[in-house]
Design a protein around this ligand. Structure first.
Ligand code: SMG
Ligand code: MG
Length: 372
């Protein structure tokens, strides 16, 4: 197919409540939405998940805008016959910048699923009619505040709780959480806040019957993760480290990973994401879908991926209301009894609610195919 036009929408959306991780507080998200339109008028949507600063990874929404504007959009518009099968290769001259690439790549996959009148979930081999919904809870002001938030999230129905940890907010906090909630499915995420010298503290995490410990060390410290994994019973989950299929293969070979948190934005979209999925399932690694505080657009892509049969843990995919006062899609994403329904409509299965989007819109740009 030929893409006729690509539109970018820059929105700034305040989160329903600030989200604190080991690398900082997020109160408001700058999101770039990508809309691709083909000659016949059908559209597809993607979302840049990069943060406000280079803290989760080196990308930010502004570096993504630069790379989209200067390179990626032109690559895609210039291609006479773009499809889900070649869009990744068409962008491959650009090194890295996976979050910029993913927004465009995933919009093309959405468009192709819509042209095939298929839900994206089925288009990529998903089989579930509903996905398991977990919730990620940031570092709180106090332990009693955290215990209250956990209680609320459990009352809402979430199937498992993920807590953010950092040095000083770990062992003591977890022992109080476990005293209050002994049986709740629980896991923790350090966002690379520890070093191998913290080994003694990390080994204490085995006391808390955690589903997994996510990304304790720096993204490139596969050796450190391998050493820890040999000593810790709690499975090691990698997030930031898994930027490609090659990175996963290396981590697996070293014994640095037991569970994969797949975020399509981090790996450049579906092409690489599905390759990572197939490898993880083939070698028997645990697998689930992570989140980057997406709007309802990005969440649609996450739901599609979470419907794959090999997903073996609850996902960081929560209801619209967990993130936003007003999400920008309809219908909203709703969690019921711990599950979110996989849409039957074609593509990501939700539409942009233009009235809501306009409230948060800061700028927009459009790019058209050059005609000779
Ligand atoms: O989308 O529910 C969500 C957030 C899940 O904790 C979450 N994401 O490292 O896994 C992670 C973090 C990264 C985002 S922090 C702004
Ligand atoms: Mg993480």
């Amino acid at each position: 197919m030929e893409i006729e036009k690509i539109e970018l929408y820059g929105v700034q959306m305040p989160l329903a409540r600030p989200f604190r991780t080991s690398f900082g507080v997020t109160s408001s998200r700058h999101v770039i939405l990508v809309r691709v339109i083909e000659r016949g008028g059908e559209e597809g949507w993607g979302e840049v998940v990069a943060g406000e600063g280079p803290w989760y990874s080196y990308e930010t929404y502004e570096t993504a805008l630069y790379v989209l504007d200067k390179f990626l959009i032109k690559n895609v518009l210039d291609c006479e016959d773009i499809s889900k099968n070649n869009v990744w290769a068409v962008m491959s001259r650009v090194k890295g910048h996976n979050m910029a690439k993913a927004a465009l790549e995933m919009a093309v996959w959405d468009l192709e699923a819509r042209l095939a009148s298929q839900p994206l979930s089925r288009f990529i081999g998903g089989v579930r009619s509903r996905i398991e919904s977990g919730v990620s809870i940031g570092i709180a002001g106090s332990v009693s505040e955290l215990l209250k938030i956990i209680g609320t999230r459990l009352d809402e129905g979430y199937l498992r709780i993920k807590l953010k940890i950092e040095p000083g907010w770990d062992v003591d906090v977890l022992s109080r959480v476990r005293r209050e909630y002994p049986d709740v499915p629980l896991q923790v995420d350090a966002n690379a806040a520890y070093r191998l010298r913290d080994l003694k503290t990390l080994l204490k995490l085995d006391e808390f019957d955690l589903l997994m410990l996510e990304q304790p060390f720096e993204h490139d410290d596969l050796n450190g993760h391998a050493i820890l994994s040999r000593k810790l019973r709690t499975p090691i989950c990698l997030d930031e480290s898994i930027t490609s299929l090659n990175a996963l293969k290396t981590a697996y070979k070293l014994g640095a990973v037991e569970v994969v948190n797949l975020k399509p934005g981090r790996v450049g979209g579906y092409t690489e994401g599905l390759a990572i999925y197939r490898f993880a399932v083939d070698v028997g690694l645990g697998f689930w879908i992570g989140g980057m505080l997406e709007t309802g657009i990005g969440r649609g892509h996450l739901v599609a991926l979470a419907s794959l049969p090999g997903v073996s843990y609850p996902n960081d995919i929560s209801a619209s209301s967990r993130y936003w006062k007003e999400d920008i899609v309809e219908p909203l994403w709703v969690q019921r009894n711990g599950y979110i329904d996989v849409p039957n409509k074609s593509g990501i299965g939700v539409e942009v609610k233009w009235g809501a989007l306009k409230k948060y819109l800061e700028w927009q740009r459009e790019y058209r195919k050059a005609r000779t």
